[in-house]
Design a protein around this ligand. Structure first.
Ligand code: NAD
Ligand code: ZN
Length: 290
């Protein structure tokens, strides 16, 4: 575990966090309240959902789907939904971990006043957090690209099951998008379904790579960041500008940035505090410390 106050740069990670190890600067910032959390995939790895750029992400095989590929190719959509049909079960079964519970507890105590998540797994809410801004949407919903109707993912799951009786492919690896690795043969035999209302193309209600977050949602996050006394980044490499821009925004407004993440992030040189530690243990220690 390493802590650098000032221009923080992470060192090697640690298997656990001993009680009382929470950096004082971090505990003091959080105890002062008005903390806005910006979370990423690293917060959910302890729930069994792989990230993109951490250790679990490097073991992935498939490249993430881009918006352009999804919209431009029926074959790509078939591949996406076949893999997602299996992978979603895994995501839907995932449970919040100690890190999600700690964030919800800090919110209950009134210290965390806003939560922006880049995650699409709903685990903050499952742990009891309220008013979570899902920057990149949620795998729980499906949107029609024709008429814009949003429907629950589980309804689509039922329709896909009906459309594919006897399709018995088994996933041997599940990725961060809730997708799963399948052979070309397994994918070729899968039938996808369209919007019941207008026949339009159905897409998970998440922001794919190559797609922009709706401007109103971005503005809401900028406004939340400006009102924060501290921006606390949890489990994000900040490689994607979509999340990184809020760290830059906080820094521009002289709002302290604190980061808990295993391994380096793109925001390290803007952070007042960087703590390289596993999130479940680190956030539990933080709750005790403040
Ligand atoms: N769970 C999800 O919903 C999920 C999962 C994967 C990707 N995504 C999407 O992909 C994008 C990925 O960007 P990102 O920055 O969120 O993730 P990322 O994969 O780029 O970075 C995750 C970071 O978390 C660190 N990490 C992993 N497990 C950790 C742990 N237990 N404790 C401390 N640190 C840990 C990793 O070392 C890495 O630096 C996001 O935009 C998100 O929408 C979502
Ligand atoms: Zn429609």
């Amino acid at each position: 575990m390493s802590l650098v106050a000032g221009r923080g740069l992470g060192g090697a990670g640690a298997p656990g966090v001993p009680a009382g190890a929470c950096p004082q600067t971090l505990a003091a910032l959080v105890a002062d309240g008005d903390v806005v959390v910006l979370s990423g995939a690293g917060l959910s790895t302890e729930s069994g959902i792989p990230d993109y750029r951490g250790e679990s992400g490097r073991r992935r095989r498939a490249e993430p789907m881009t918006y352009q590929t999804f919209v431009g190719s029926a074959a790509a959509r078939r591949r996406y939904w076949a893999r997602s049909h299996l992978g979603w079960r895994h995501i839907a079964r995932a449970e919040p971990n100690a890190g999600h519970r700690a964030v919800a507890e800090l919110q209950r105590r009134g210290l965390v006043t806003g939560i922006i998540t880049q995650n699409v797994d709903g685990l903050h809410q499952a742990a009891g957090a309220r008013d979570v801004i899902e920057l990149h949407g949620s795998l729980d919903r499906v949107v029609c690209l024709g008429c814009g109707e949003r429907t629950p993912r589980r309804l689509l799951q039922e329709r896909l099951e009906q459309a594919n009786p006897g399709w018995d492919a088994r996933a041997d690896a599940v990725g961060p998008d809730g997708d799963a690795a399948l052979s070309e043969e397994q994918i070729a035999g899968f039938r996808i379904v369209d919007c019941r209302r207008c026949g339009g193309v159905l897409k998970p209600d998440v922001i794919f790579f190559g797609e922009n977050v709706p401007p109103a949602r971005v503005q809401e996050c900028y406004a939340l960041t400006e009102r924060a006394a501290t921006l606390l980044v949890l489990g994000s490499s900040l490689t994607v500008m979509s999340g990184h821009r809020f760290v830059r925004h906080a820094a521009r407004h002289a709002i302290p940035v604190a980061i808990i993440n295993r391994g380096p992030t793109r925001g390290d040189d803007l952070a007042l505090v960087k703590w390289d530690a596993p999130l479940g243990a680190a956030l539990s220690a933080l709750v005790v410390a403040c």
